[in-house]
Design a protein around this ligand. Structure first.
Ligand SMILES: Nc1nc2c(ncn2[C@@H]2O[C@H](COP(=O)(O)OP(=O)(O)OP(=O)(O)O)[C@@H](O)[C@H]2O)c(=O)[nH]1
Ligand SMILES: [Mg+2]
Length: 300
């Protein structure tokens, strides 16, 4: 059985350790540029990025003192390691939900992901204030012309299917940012959207740090609730296992008693049969003895 108490203690220790940290966490469907975005922010290639499913474990890097970028695996309908990402989202001061514009509208696993992440936060208002939609790959030729339309469709879908509106939206291009850095072109850097996102995050550091105390209390309360409900469900599982074992023992006892009764009645019926045979044998014996006596008398 899983050691729930140990897991709970570990989470509480993690929450307490997070009290003076700022966790910036990316989220989104696989291969949408989450790791690339963090590499652009940190200014180094510390998070593996590739054109296939790449990140499978969370990776934490310190961005500046006490500020951490947490790179998570992409949400996916086919892979089962989403749990790793959901564990990380709980720790977020801000969620950067990355959506690649050249893939068109948000798909079901993106929408489901936002709803699930929302449920990990204390309430909808708090979530809206700590959630950013980051539309990436705006350099893509086919999407470039329709950025507003793509954004409006994403906002309409998030409102319709997740009930959320009023959160921050950013347009970024990691490709442009890197080109701008390499070629020292300030227009490209500006048009990459990365500096704007960078500034927004930095401006909020002190606010998020100040919030940490109340966030910590809310997170501990949430963990306690989860812990109690885990224990309750474990208890009911154990109870039903005991009940089914008792049921099995009762059935076996019943079966055994039934067989015992059958054996006794068989023995009883055989016993009367033996007694009858015995009496027949006795009378035959008597007859034989008297005949033998008669035979001896008649010949002497
Ligand atoms: N054109 C363009 N390509 C990008 C941009 N950002 C990322 N990419 C490319 O998109 C692909 C996926 O990038 P990643 O950063 O690995 O994506 P991810 O979301 O971290 O992927 P997983 O870790 O698998 O979930 C890579 O080939 C990147 O080079 C961008 O702004 N523009
Ligand atoms: Mg990645």
């Amino acid at each position: 059985m899983k050691d729930y108490a140990k897991a709970f203690q570990k989470k509480i220790a993690e929450i307490n350790a997070d009290a003076d940290k700022i966790n910036i966490i990316n989220a989104g469907v696989m291969n949408h540029g989450k790791s690339s975005l963090f590499n652009s922010l940190i200014g180094d290639a510390v998070f593996p990025e590739e054109d296939v499913r790449t990140t499978v474990k969370t990776q934490i890097e310190e961005w500046s003192k006490g500020v951490y970028l947490i790179d998570t695996p992409g949400l996916s309908a086919e892979f089962v390691d989403d749990a790793v990402a959901y564990e990380a989202y709980r720790r977020a001061n801000v969620i950067l939900f990355v959506h690649r514009v050249d893939t068109g509208e948000l798909h079901k696993n993106g929408i489901d992901g936002i709803n699930k992440i929302k449920s990990l936060f204390p309430d909808e208002k708090f979530f809206t204030e700590h959630f950013c939609l980051v539309l990436t790959s705006i350099d893509d030729q086919s999407a470039r012309e329709n950025l507003e339309t793509i954004r409006d469709k994403a906002l309409a879908d998030i409102k319709k299917f997740c009930g959320l509106s009023g959160f921050k939206v950013f347009f970024v291009s990691n490709t442009r940012y890197r080109k701008g850095l390499a070629e020292r072109k300030s227009t490209l850097l500006k048009k990459s959207g990365i500096p704007e996102l960078h500034d927004y995050l930095q401006q909020n550091f002190s606010k998020w740090l100040a919030e940490n105390k109340s966030v910590r209390i809310a997170r501990i309360a949430r963990e306690k609730e989860d812990f109690i409900s885990q224990l309750r469900s474990e208890r009911s599982k154990v109870q039903s296992r005991i009940k089914s074992k008792q049921e099995k023992i009762r059935r076996r006892q019943k079966n055994f008693l039934h067989k015992l009764e059958e054996a006794v009645s068989l023995y009883n019926s055989d016993k009367s049969e033996y007694e009858y045979q015995d009496s027949v044998l006795d009378s035959l014996n008597d007859e034989f003895v008297s005949l033998t006596q008669r035979w001896q008398k008649e010949h002497y």
